[in-house]
Design a protein around this ligand. Structure first.
Ligand SMILES: [Zn+2]
Length: 508
């Protein structure tokens, strides 16, 4: 019996004993500790049993038969996404005739992919891919010491724009007023009217854009013509770049971009190419800035034909300001730094996510305007997830594994990954400290921690102390490990408690 099922049986048992939902919840908590089902799940199942449900098994999925994840569909999705990494989950689902949920499962589970910026990429990067990302970012960072380098890059890519792109929930909600008619219930399907946009821009703004004629694929022959038109635009719109022959082309590694004929053409015209690592839409300004921005602006509008799409796309490109382009190129440089810092890993959301869980936007002003509460180095580590956690140390190439070296084994949620969350809520090694903390502030979950801290100076102090005790222990364990391996140079003054501040090097 699965662990989840086991707990459901227990819930049923509690009900039969005459316990109420809260008592049941407490008992499950006591019996299963950190592994227990969430409060809402326990209440939900309690209610189901109370209403006469007998089985503790999940209901068979209703609706569409579960044939949507068969091999045929998986390989169909695989082929589609290989051919066009720009497609969204919704587009893929529509084209394959399956639900968005199934399509998402196929992409993430069967194909082990994730979406980064505007494209699909493998979920995990190989060592070689990470090194490639790292090396290229370091190279670009070094070259950007010359301020003219950034100014001279022209970056570009292609994307689909649609006649009708269903609006997001957030957008559609803005349209509803109490007088407007009820929206039609018909399924909103992206229209088949679409056109491909190719666009190039630099730090000042759009340099060239065009729409690919209907039926034309962007192959190397066509792309070469595009590049010739781009050169012409540079001659007209960026005469200085043209005259001094100092501009660089940046594009991703799509087959049409990296074909031999294209490389020969660029060499012949003396146009140097800024390198771009594979599977890195997070490092391409089109993907992390322009395309999402454009699509967000066009979402929910209905265009009758390709001409209308083109006109509206062109209008949206026109309203982009020079400050936006300036900022994009600054952000691009930030992204190189993040990539270097994370050892080549995808960095999107990875660190900020945890802080966002702890401090949701609506708490931010209370946090900023708090009347008590001093931050410390250790508390900051716990709040940002950046510090002496193996998950973080591994990302910056200072520890070989993300596994927790304090409690070692599994924490009931698979392998114990040493992150701030694990340290705060699950790590067995700090059970005693955690119990002391709970004695003072009461039980808490990630979203409830900050409210507790803001409640009273005593609560703040309890968490402050917890952070000090736990992080000090983690740091000293890490220092011991470093000494054992002879990687920490002896004689280095390292009493600031900051592992990151120590000087590392190979054994002398
Ligand atoms: Zn642990």
């Amino acid at each position: 019996m699965s662990e989840v099922n086991e707990q459901r049986v227990c819930i049923k048992f509690c009900l039969k004993l005459g316990k109420n939902a809260t008592e049941t919840y407490e008992m499950i908590k006591t019996a299963f500790g950190d592994d227990s089902l969430s409060r809402s799940k326990i209440f939900e199942w309690f209610k189901r049993f109370k209403n006469g449900r007998e089985t503790t098994e999940d209901d068979p999925r209703s609706g569409r038969p579960s044939t949507s994840r068969n091999d045929d569909v998986v390989s169909k999705i695989c082929e589609k996404v290989r051919n066009d990494r720009r497609l969204t989950v919704r587009e893929l689902a529509d084209e394959a005739g399956i639900s968005i949920g199934s399509c998402h499962e196929i992409l993430t589970e069967n194909l082990q992919m994730r979406r980064v910026a505007a494209k699909f990429v493998p979920r995990l990067l190989t060592l070689e891919q990470k090194e490639n990302r790292l090396t290229i970012c370091q190279d670009l960072k070094n070259r950007s010491i010359d301020p003219n380098f950034i100014k001279n890059i022209v970056t570009g890519d292609e994307t689909w724009v649609y006649g009708y792109d269903p609006e997001t929930k957030a957008q559609s909600s803005q349209w509803k007023t109490k007088f407007s008619p009820r929206p039609k219930k018909a399924r909103q399907v992206r229209s088949s009217v679409k056109t491909m946009l190719i666009v190039f821009f630099d730090i000042e703004g759009i340099v060239h854009y065009e729409f690919v004629p209907h039926g034309q694929t962007v192959n190397q022959v066509f792309y070469k013509d595009v590049l010739m038109r781009l050169r012409e635009k540079i001659r007209k719109k960026r005469p200085e770049k043209w005259r001094t022959e100092t501009w660089f082309l940046h594009h991703d590694n799509a087959p049409a971009h990296s074909a031999l004929s294209i490389r020969e053409f660029l060499a012949d015209k003396k146009i140097p190419v800024v390198p771009h690592p594979p599977y890195s839409p997070d490092l391409a300004p089109c993907d992390f800035f322009l395309f999402p921005k454009l699509k967000f602006a066009l979402k929910g509008q209905r265009f009758q034909d390709v001409e209308e799409i083109k006109a509206n796309t062109a209008a949206e490109l026109k309203v982009l300001t020079s400050e936006q382009f300036q900022r994009t190129f600054e952000k691009w440089q930030d992204r190189w730094n993040h990539c270097i810092l994370s050892g080549g890993e995808y960095f999107e959301g990875s660190g900020r996510e945890w802080t966002r869980v702890l401090i949701p936007p609506d708490l931010l002003s209370r946090w900023v305007n708090r009347s008590h509460g001093e931050m410390s180095f250790h508390l900051t580590q716990l709040m940002t997830g950046h510090g002496c956690f193996n998950w973080f140390l591994q990302r910056i190439n200072r520890y070989p594994s993300v596994r927790c070296s304090h409690c070692g084994s599994s924490d009931g949620y698979g392998e114990a990954v040493d992150k701030a969350h694990h340290t705060l809520f699950r790590c067995e090694a700090f059970r005693r400290e955690r119990e002391r903390l709970v004695d003072t502030i009461g039980p808490f979950d990630p979203g409830g921690l900050i409210p507790r801290m803001l409640e009273s100076p005593a609560h703040w102090e309890a968490i402050f102390d917890f952070a000090r005790e736990v992080m000090t222990a983690k740091e000293s364990a890490e220092r011991d490990r470093q000494f054992r391996q002879g990687w920490l140079r002896r004689g280095v003054d390292d009493d600031d408690g900051d592992v990151g501040g120590a000087v590392y090097g190979p054994p002398a």
